[in-house]
Design a protein around this ligand. Structure first.
Ligand code: FES
Length: 141
């Protein structure tokens, strides 16, 4: 019974991925399937967590040395596009001075992802807000 259930779940996941591949840019699809920089970071210098109006949350973790981001990661309990957006936000933050992170807006994330469908645009905004919250936390500390 478990094997049948697992096979059904795998098949369902593949169907979702196939639909996503058709509906989203290559960058979004690849980060959705294999998210770079996914997962909480221990001993982060700063963390930002926000919850969107959709109810999903996003966290960005930054490791900072001499005012520069030397490591970053994200975590979200949100949709596939939010996984892609969080991954992109964490990537874009890498090797940047903390002051420069304010330039990473939802629009910048959106463009780097190759766009998102209208009803998923807010997911990029959620990632930008989490990054901004991490920057605020860093400068407040
Ligand atoms: Fe909530 Fe995408 S729908 S973050």
């Amino acid at each position: 019974m478990k094997d049948e259930l697992d096979a059904w779940a795998d098949e369902l996941q593949e169907t979702i991925y196939k639909e996503a591949e058709a509906d989203y840019s290559r960058e979004v699809y690849q980060r959705w399937r294999d998210p770079k920089r996914f997962g909480p970071m221990e001993n982060a210098s700063a963390t930002g967590k926000v919850r969107g109006s959709c109810g999903d949350s996003m966290e960005i973790y930054l490791k900072v040395e001499k005012g520069r981001v030397v490591d970053s990661s994200f975590f979200t309990d949100g949709c596939g596009p939010s996984v892609s957006a969080g991954s992109m936000a964490a990537d874009l933050a890498m090797d940047k001075d903390m002051e420069a992170l304010a330039d990473i807006t939802g629009e910048v994330i959106l463009q780097a992802l190759g766009g998102l469908p209208e009803d998923s645009i807010h997911c990029a905004g959620l990632a930008a807000s989490a990054l901004s919250a991490a920057v605020d936390a860093y400068f407040r500390a």
